[in-house]
Design a protein around this ligand. Structure first.
Ligand SMILES: C[S@@+](CC[C@H](N)C(=O)[O-])C[C@H]1O[C@@H](n2cnc3c(N)ncnc32)[C@H](O)[C@@H]1O
Length: 203
């Protein structure tokens, strides 16, 4: 990825015209990987897992959660256009907005709205890749904030194009690759390129 993928100005310009884009995989494909892990959490009408979706962009992932009955979803992006687009996508799909949307930087998540909340599931779809363009220190800060907001029994599921995305020192998580999926080739002779779905549990 070019280095400016970590900059909000890049995303602002991009989302000024791009209203819908799915990074690495469609939301449906991502859901099919993560559903077995979501279903390990108690899910009743009164008690739905608390989900924190980082770097929501113009993806419709939050609508996939809602259509499966997961309503306690907090979507975070530092670009206000992305947050506005997320709300619109939910309004169009469901005729109302019941999920939460917050403008915040995932590398500095000392956010009034989140305060002392704990989440059962944190998800990001290639947001780790964008944040990593800002260097290891920024990425480590993101990981520390995820740890802070994750319940002890919670999980972080992350989709990345990098096979070494979580090879950083003193990561406060145990890491496992739960899926390695080839990306479509433009030509038969193109090399195999994969994206990786990681499951992280707090140490
Ligand atoms: C690669 S895109 C992924 C978007 C979406 N998850 C998807 O799959 O289509 C990265 C997203 O993360 C957001 N982002 C990048 N760095 C961020 C940061 N430090 N804090 C919050 N959001 C950030 C960008 O605005 C963008 O929406």
């Amino acid at each position: 990825m070019p280095a400016d993928f970590e900059k909000q100005s890049y995303w602002h310009e991009r989302f000024s015209s791009e209203t819908s884009f799915e990074w690495l995989a469609s939301s449906q494909s991502f859901m099919s990987i993560i559903e077995p892990y979501l279903s390990t959490f108690s899910h009743t009408v009164e008690n739905t897992p608390r989900i924190l979706h980082l770097g929501s962009g113009t993806s419709d992932l939050q609508n996939c959660f809602r259509s499966r009955g997961y309503l306690d979803v907090t979507n975070v992006d530092y670009e206000p256009l992305a947050i506005e687009r997320g709300r619109q996508l939910e309004q169009v799909a469901f005729d109302d907005v019941r999920m939460k949307y917050i403008v915040a930087d995932v590398t500095q998540l000392a956010c009034d709205f989140l305060q002392d909340q704990k989440f059962d599931i944190v998800v990001d779809k290639s947001t780790v890749d964008a944040v990593s363009c800002g260097g290891t220190a920024a990425f480590s800060r993101m990981a520390s904030w995820v740890k802070k907001y994750l319940a002890d029994s919670g999980i972080w599921i992350s989709l990345s194009y990098s096979s070494v995305r979580f090879n950083i020192e003193q990561l406060p998580f145990d890491v496992e690759v739960i899926a390695k999926t080839p990306t479509p080739k433009l030509k038969e002779s193109d090399p195999e390129i994969y994206y990786y779905c990681y499951l992280l549990r707090p140490k």
